[in-house]
Design a protein around this ligand. Structure first.
Ligand SMILES: [Zn+2]
Ligand SMILES: [Zn+2]
Length: 266
């Protein structure tokens, strides 16, 4: 499934991302920072379309791609790892809420662009959609990588930390699933508008994969309305419910994080 035009120009992706790591903001013009491409799909970076690539620094890419090794870690370091992980996850919740709001406004934005014969607002929304979607996918992968590192420590921690740590990890993983589900529902809005949910290129009728970026077209059979169009109202209601579910999970996670923090700093 690769063709020469899929090979992205690395420099173009770095420039698009303003030559900074999209996770930690490390500046690529700094001599100590090496920028890398991170693929958000399963394809290797060399084959991925630019809409599925983000700029990261060497350190962040190492975190994302190296397998965690079980290692002894003292409670202070574990506390910092947990705290930083929940920090990234909290920021991601805001981004996911912003993405949901952007996605649910897309049908109106598209419609006004047709009415007004001007594309500026639409172009801005599309750029926002692509960027927010990429940033969220990167942040979710970073949290997964951190949770894997935490999981690798579980057997090595103090016995009285083990149970609150397992409870924390379980809820953090639940929140990851909630957030990914909101993103998938938001992407379905793009598909309902006959756009690719990744690069936002217009799709041809019946196309199974986007001819621009190669991404498989998302299934919308669950969201069919009476008139053969996508039932946006029902989809939007489900997006809101799923976001509310994520906020309930977040409350549980906050409680469990506090219990764990008390145990770690005791
Ligand atoms: Zn970085
Ligand atoms: Zn596409």
């Amino acid at each position: 499934m690769t063709s020469p035009d899929r090979h992205s120009d690395r420099t173009a992706v770095f420039d698009r991302d303003e030559r900074r790591c999209r996770h930690c903001a490390a500046d690529g013009d700094d001599d100590s920072v090496t920028l890398r491409l991170y693929p958000l799909s399963d394809e290797p970076a060399a084959d991925a379309h630019e809409s599925a690539l983000v700029t990261v620094c060497d350190d962040c890419r190492t975190l994302l791609e190296s397998a965690p090794e079980p290692a002894a870690m003292d409670n202070d370091d574990l506390f910092r790892l947990v705290r930083d992980t929940t920090g990234v996850q909290s920021a991601t919740i805001s981004d996911v809420a912003a993405f949901a709001s952007l996605a649910t406004s897309l049908p109106d934005t598209l419609e006004s662009a047709v009415d007004d014969e001007t594309d500026t607002a639409l172009d801005d929304s599309i750029a926002d959609y692509r960027r927010t979607r990429r940033d969220i996918a990167l942040a979710l992968d970073v949290v997964d990588a951190r949770l894997e590192r935490i999981a690798a420590l579980e057997s090595a921690v103090d016995p009285d930390v083990r149970s609150p740590l397992a409870a924390f990890s379980e809820t953090a993983a639940d929140l990851q699933s909630d957030l990914r589900r909101v993103v998938a529902l938001g992407e379905t809005v793009a598909t309902g508008l006959e756009r690719c949910h990744g690069c936002f290129a217009a799709l041809e009728v019946g196309e199974r994969a986007c001819s621009t970026c190669g991404l498989a077209v998302r299934e919308t059979a669950d969201w069919g309305g009476d008139d053969g169009q996508l039932a946006f109202d029902r989809l939007f209601a489900t997006i809101n419910e799923t976001l509310q579910g994520a906020s309930t999970t977040t409350e549980t996670l906050t409680d469990r994080t506090m219990t764990l923090a008390e145990q770690l700093t005791a």
